[in-house]
Design a protein around this ligand. Sequence first.
Ligand code: SAM
Length: 271
Amino acid sequence: SDHQLIYPPHPDQMDWSSLYPHYIVENKPQNQKDQPPPSQPSSQTVSGESPVYSDNDSTPEPPALRRISKDVEVADIGCGFGGLLIALAPTMPDTLILGLEIRVSVTQFVEDRIKALRAQSLAQSETEGGDAAPAGLYRNVGVLRANTMKFLPNFFRKAQLSKVFICFPDPHFKARKHKQRIVSATLASEYAYVLRAGGIVYTITDVPDLHEWMVQHFDAHPSFERVGEVEQEADPCVGIMRTETEEGKKVERHKGAKHVALFRRLEDPEW
Ligand code: SAM
């Protein structure tokens, strides 16, 4: 349940170093003004006022965060077994990609899969040598257990992401279950918050009703516009999303239809 989910109170307090260990940078004091003070507690006071500290405050300081050199820019919401992540990773080797998945065992499976692929890529580069097999494959991809319906802004700052994938989300067919769908008016606002202007939400489903639901919610949202079909089909991520997700493969085997829709994050109006 959500009680066991670990999430940071604020994106600045998220420790990404275990997910992307090859991107760890030395802690330098130079950026100090951008960082929360080291003795800041991990939760806000109820009133929202900054707590006051004295020199003899005996509260132990939390361990300093190990910083990484880049921010996550691409998120796969409900990544399942990680097919999309693994296929995307080599196509954007300088971009950090994150899968978010609520099921414990599935998250663990993806974590193991990424570790194995990293080790394989390293071993291959050592035996083949040179540029034949780059050692760094899959270092830019990670997975995290999270309920994306609740904690998205805890992980990502405003305008941090350039791409959000929502591939074959659970359909929750019955009307009384629609509130569990991972696209809604409220969640569209959260996706708008974490996406930068020009960023894209990618959606795909084999359920026509769910496709219409997602289109309707993003179309109705003032921060998004639908991407036209020509641009959509020219985007290499669309092909990957159709063929490399585990659900996409399943639908292929059953010769089902796949409905795709992309939405661009618009600039916020000036006030
Ligand atoms: N995207 C993958 C694919 O296309 O193969 C998996 C699709 S599967 C039908 C939907 C996935 O979303 C499941 O793995 C499920 O556990 C996950 N999921 C459902 N609700 C979620 C939530 N609130 N937060 C994170 N993951 C969620």
